[in-house]
Design a protein around this ligand. Structure first.
Ligand code: DQA
Length: 148
């Protein structure tokens, strides 16, 4: 099974960016921990980060054709307003799980609303980097259940 992990805008700044909220580990370290978790689960992982909405859209559109069974995505701030990202998720047949490092529901009002969560199979928020591993477990089970 192949899973695509997408990180949106400003997540390349992990480690430097508001460490009190997002921790002091880098994107590279996050991606390494996801690869390790994938290895343990026997899941092949491709990680991709972009600050550009269109680049994320392209990855979403092409994911199924490239053989990915699902997408784990932290859309960053796009979560809160990108109808284009929402429409891209709606346009594909493979499942998407939304992940946030911080507990977006315990922060500013504007972070409580996600335009992408309603078209995803679920949202995981507030568990730091471990949320991606949780999503990976959930995705594996979800895809297995779908195939059965
Ligand atoms: C975030 C939460 C978003 O509100 C914010 O814009 C981010 C990161 C998170 O992982 O907690 O960029 O998605």
């Amino acid at each position: 099974m192949k899973i695509l992990v997408l990180n949106g805008p400003n997540l390349n700044m992990l480690g430097k960016r508001e460490p009190g909220i997002y921790g002091s580990n880098t994107l590279l370290e996050l991606e390494k921990s996801i690869q390790d978790a994938g290895g343990k689960l026997g899941v092949e992982i491709r990680c991709f980060q972009s600050n550009y909405e269109g680049a994320l859209l392209d990855e979403i559109h092409q994911a199924a054709d490239k053989g990915f069974a699902g997408i784990i995505m932290n859309p960053g701030a796009f979560t809160h307003y990108s109808i284009a990202l929402r429409d891209a998720i709606s346009s594909i047949d493979i499942p998407v799980i939304e992940v946030h490092i911080s507990n977006v529901h315990a922060r500013e009002e504007f972070r409580k609303h996600s335009v992408t969560a309603p078209v995803s199979i679920g949202q995981i928020a507030g568990f730091g980097f471990y949320g991606y591993e949780m999503a990976l477990n959930a995705m594996k089970e979800y895809v297995k259940g779908r195939e059965a």
